[in-house]
Design a protein around this ligand. Sequence first.
Ligand SMILES: *[C@@H]1O[C@H](CO)[C@@H](O)[C@H](O)[C@H]1NC(C)=O
Ligand SMILES: *[C@@H]1O[C@H](CO)[C@@H](O)[C@H](O)[C@H]1NC(C)=O
Ligand SMILES: *[C@@H]1O[C@H](CO)[C@@H](O)[C@H](O)[C@H]1NC(C)=O
Ligand SMILES: *[C@@H]1O[C@H](CO)[C@@H](O)[C@H](O)[C@H]1NC(C)=O
Ligand SMILES: *[C@@H]1O[C@H](CO)[C@@H](O)[C@H](O)[C@H]1NC(C)=O
Ligand SMILES: [Cu+2]
Length: 586
Amino acid sequence: MWFGILLFLGPLVLSLPQSSRTDPSPRGTTVTNDPSIFTLDPDFLITEIPQIREWFWTIEAATGAPDGYQRQMFTVNKMFPGPLIEANEGDTIWVHVTNKLDIGQTIHWHGMLQNGTQYNDGVPGFSQCPIPPGQTYTYQFTINNQYGTYWWHSHYANTLADGIVGGLIVHSVHDPLKLGQDFDEERIIYLSDWVHEQSQVIVADLLSGGYKGSVAPPPVDSVLINGQGRFNCSTVTDGTPCSDLPYPEIHVPSNKRIRFRIIHTGAHESFRLSIDNHQLLVVEADDCPVYGPTVNEIIIHPAQRYSFIVNTTSGSNGDAFWLRSNVALSCLGSKQPQAGLAVFRYVDDVISATTSEPTTEPWRLTRRDDLANATAPCVDMDQLYSLTPRVAEDAPTSVSQTNVLSSVFGTFSDVNGHAFSGFAMNGITYQNQINYPLLQQVEEGVPINSSLVANVAFDGIGGGDLIINNLDGFISHPYHLHGRPFFLVARGSGTMDAEGLSNVQVNTNNPLRRDTLLIPGGDWAVLRLLMDDPGVWPLHCHIGWHLAQGKLAAIVIQPDAIKKIDQPSAWLDLCKGTDQDAFGPA
Ligand SMILES: *[C@@H]1O[C@H](CO)[C@@H](O)[C@H](O)[C@H]1NC(C)=O
Ligand SMILES: *[C@@H]1O[C@H](CO)[C@@H](O)[C@H](O)[C@H]1NC(C)=O
Ligand SMILES: *[C@@H]1O[C@H](CO)[C@@H](O)[C@H](O)[C@H]1NC(C)=O
Ligand SMILES: *[C@@H]1O[C@H](CO)[C@@H](O)[C@H](O)[C@H]1NC(C)=O
Ligand SMILES: *[C@@H]1O[C@H](CO)[C@@H](O)[C@H](O)[C@H]1NC(C)=O
Ligand SMILES: [Cu+2]
């Protein structure tokens, strides 16, 4: 009893300095919602000499109720969202991860180059053996040649959907977006779709006939903004504890320029983010600073990030506006509307500011491709607006190799001959030989088994093209490439191949660079790659349920260069005594 109360009070006390700006109330019974991870420290010194930054994390099960409905979650340090990593370019990150779950775990550092530390990319069966229950593994990597908005999450099955997610922000003196010059304060907004069922139950069902009778991802129960949402407890009939919660609050001072870094930490839905009466100046896509449009609404797909700057000049102390994060209906098979709401409140003086709910109206969107319109096409931001990198970099004008990956929904067979509905790349549905990482196989000169994972190699010099065909006419997918960000040099509808591409006008003139791209159903895209980050990198759909259903391929870059990388002994220990022929979740 006392223990529970202490846990409840702990983060509240620690986070008092922030309490005037953000909602300090922890949600749920043991999982805490720590507001300090929503506001970046204005005193963080971005000019400090490179240093080691160290964290101690415990992955454990805990009871939480982010939307009021109590369930078991998986968390890091009982926090949801998890601890924020804030560092400078040049710093070395050490995270000691102890796994207290009864299943294996890994943590992936989404967007980190891991150039020289490929073995710490955190993908089980690709870059490491899982951290077994009860054991600790230390991830170490140095952040070079990159900065911006990143995040971290579990890459073991789809357990990120149970709560193992958090932000990773890298500052740099090279970042053209500067505090004081372009904006006055910096915040993070974490967006997730939330499902009350444990991810393992859903994945097991999806792979054996369907969850609640459908092979499509589960419908969402609520939308979480900064790890908080609302659920109608009167619909609960099985006695699960549930309490109706107030709307999450985001407090901002008036007359400031605020940079928000939005991170989509969810597992499935795409969101339309807007703030009533406020326009958003888009300045970053994933980790790429851009000259972007001023918009009423940002569309963000799973795993993507955007920064926008908003002027808090539409009101004064106490005025409140709705911040909306609604599911993009046009991207969603079921077309079931699901609204996410937070109160965007001007608070200059916490005593006199009102606490009433906003009465503002949403922006009236008039675009033909308005994503609120269930019959409009599902698209990515670059298809609607130009996003021009602020740090200009041209893509190579010629390539030495072109590879094609075509992905399609269908019925496939797992290694045990068991049929399931899911996805494949080039006809191969991913089967994870989880205790024999592909990185190690390539280092040992063992050819990747092409009946287990679709794989393409880039071993030439200069640039290479990866053509992705999304052959699912009705399903759009957010594709994520690990390792280095790609140049988006062309996209279109239909199917593309190497020969066809020679007749396509590609844009190599400072194209958008990012790590996660939506390819609408029936469309293709060309990712131009530089081969300066060798590795065996996953290319996969970031809808976690689709990944679990096999939608992943291996991109091998400069295999000879990887052979020169030595794994630390702690890494080798993770595989010791495991069954190399065992299969695990994707
Ligand atoms: C909550 O659910 C109950 C029971 O289904 C329904 O009658 C009520 O209208 C719902 N409330 C809201 C605010 O949607
Ligand atoms: C915010 O105000 C500045 C002038 O201070 C202006 O240049 C900018 O366009 C405004 N941004 C938005 C999103 O309205
Ligand atoms: C929805 O989009 C479709 C297709 O682009 C268009 O024909 C229709 O007019 C749109 N509906 C509304 C209400 O805007
Ligand atoms: C590749 O995997 C399949 C399926 O498990 C197996 O039957 C086959 O023997 C493997 N091939 C090699 C070369 O290991
Ligand atoms: C990766 O490291 C190599 C060797 O230090 C370097 O030449 C290359 O530019 C790095 N790649 C990136 C993307 O930083
Ligand atoms: Cu997908």
